[in-house]
Design a protein around this ligand. Structure first.
Ligand code: ADP
Length: 497
């Protein structure tokens, strides 16, 4: 009898390292998770210890295997998915990090990016990398390390250092320093990679003064990266993708028109645009999608800064809720918001508005407005924000979008999902396995080693737990959206003076 085998997903996130073992049916058979330290050296700065990332990731991998007594020979392949953009720099000879990892959230290079924009780089950056110049992406973080930490520039020029996003850092360690590689999706978030030519961009490397010897080899997301002996036997590493792209793949978003929306602390939406890289005029990003073969596909990406965080605000700052899920009960206590709209623009508004000065706004209050109305208005605002992103994507990609896949913590809220279907006029499909990020990494790895034969087999695995169909009239939808647009205008007007 053939021994049961699994695919291992290493899901290295911003606050925790997780490992999940999946079986052929795409079911979770074992999970282990460990949080690690968030380091805040100054206001606005965020770092991680790369050794802690590595040790927690190894720890949970062993724990996940040990929980079900899985032998290394039963792990068919490893797929990696990771927090994107976070920047690690290490010594090639010793494998020791030369500084803490600078996390995507870190704003220490905001001024350098303002300078870059003032010098007129915005269009060039967009044309080459698909991104809007921002401190989120790895480029300015790496430049900061070389420019600010004594000795690093000399060591980099002498070819002694290696740079990587977290996937590269893990691959390097898993292979005992034998492989320095990344995948297209992660490379496309560095702001150094030409997403059309599929090569590091010479001019951007020169601008940031980054020696080429630092850079990893860039490979497709589903391919042979190397082998690891670190888990007690030889296991191939055959998948890697940034978290958002892995999630789209895990939701079976394989082709043009597939869209997934993640309702976490913030909100992320990705629309697959096939082999065409759509350039956005509304502030969406163009980025590389995870694919099952060598051909490169693209997607449009948009984010909202505050999604589930607005629910946390109701709970923690206003004290109107004990728990986030409780919000759903309040939403159902009232028939509507009684004309109340909340725009949770606590830190400005992203695409398609790009207004850093907009601020959180509550409009339409009357004497009868209650706690339930206010809570419902906040929950609805998540759907409106996502709908704005979706509208921009539909317009720019000109694609027919039939349904939207959802995941993330707040996607558990049935009221929110129904409201999303109503305002977007789309079927909302919530999968049974909400671990879509890890599942995507597992699929990428498993496909390469033949654990899953092809995409068709994976599609058969895909179980939809619930579909929410739009249930309001077009007139009602138009009226709701009109109110939201007016509320957004108020949020933006407020800061104008
Ligand atoms: P992240 O990965 O960004 O940490 P998660 O995907 O775990 O986030 O989602 C957590 C967020 O979802 C929190 O902001 C929380 O307020 C919100 N949330 C969780 N459950 C619900 C719910 N039932 N209704 C509304 N919001 C929820």
């Amino acid at each position: 009898m053939e021994e049961t085998s699994y695919v291992m997903a290493m899901d290295q996130g911003t606050t925790s390292s997780r490992c999940i073992l999946f079986d052929r049916a795409g079911r979770i058979v074992s999970v282990a998770q460990k949080e690690f330290t968030q380091i805040y050296p100054q206001p606005g700065w965020v770092e991680h210890d790369p050794m802690e990332i590595w040790s927690t990731q190894m720890g949970v991998a062993m724990e996940a295997m040990q929980k079900i007594d899985a032998k290394p020979a039963q792990i068919a392949a490893i797929g990696i998915t990771n927090q994107r953009e976070t920047t690690v720099l290490w010594d090639a000879a010793t494998g020791r990090p030369v500084y803490n990892a600078i996390v995507w959230q870190c704003r220490r290079t905001a001024e350098a990016i303002e300078q870059m924009k003032a010098e007129g780089w915005t269009e060039k950056v967009r044309a080459r990398t698909g991104l809007i110049p921002d401190a989120y992406f790895s480029a300015s973080k790496l430049a900061w390390l070389l420019d600010s930490v004594p000795g690093l520039r000399e060591r980099a020029e002498a070819g002694q250092l290696r740079f990587g996003t977290v996937d590269s850092w893990l691959i390097w360690n898993l292979t005992g320093g034998a492989v320095h590689a990344t995948d297209y999706t992660n490379a496309s978030r560095t702001m150094l990679f030409d997403i059309h030519k599929l090569a590091w961009d010479r001019e951007l490397l020169d601008y940031f003064r980054i020696p080429e010897s630092l850079l990893p080899e860039v490979k497709p997301s589903s391919c042979f990266f190397g082998e690891t002996e670190k888990l007690g036997g030889c296991i191939p590493i055959t998948g890697a993708a940034g978290d958002q792209q892995a999630a789209l793949f895990g939701q079976c978003g394989f082709g043009p028109g597939a869209v997934k929306s993640t309702y976490g602390t913030g909100g992320f939406m990705l629309l697959h645009t096939g082999e065409e890289a759509v350039e956005s005029k509304q502030g969406l990003l163009t980025t590389i999608a995870a694919g099952e073969d060598e051909r490169v596909r693209y997607c449009l990406e948009g984010s909202v800064f505050i999604a589930g965080a607005a629910i946390q605000w109701l709970r923690d700052e206003l004290g109107l809720l004990h728990t986030a899920p409780e919000s759903e009960e309040y939403c159902r206590k009232v028939e509507d918001t009684a004309g109340v709209y909340v725009v949770p623009a606590f830190s400005g508004m992203g695409a398609p508005y790009w207004d850093p000065y907009a601020r959180g706004t509550i409009v339409g209050l009357t004497r009868g407005a209650s706690r339930a109305h206010l809570i419902r208005a906040v929950v609805e605002s998540l759907a409106y924000e996502m709908n704005d992103l979706l509208g921009a994507m539909r317009e720019e990609a000109g694609l027919d979008i039939a349904a939207m896949q959802v995941d993330g913590g707040a996607s558990a809220n049935d009221f929110l999902m129904q409201f999303q279907a109503d305002v977007s006029g789309l079927a909302i499909r919530r999968p049974a396995c909400i671990e879509t990020t890890a599942l995507g990494a597992a699929y990428l790895a498993g496909l390469r080693v033949g654990y899953w034969r092809d995409l068709a087999e994976i599609r058969q695995n895909h179980r939809i737990e619930r579909v929410f169909e739009p249930a309001v009239s077009p007139e009602k939808r138009a009226a709701l959206l009109k109110g939201w647009q007016r509320a957004v205008r108020c949020a933006r007007l407020w800061a104008e003076e």
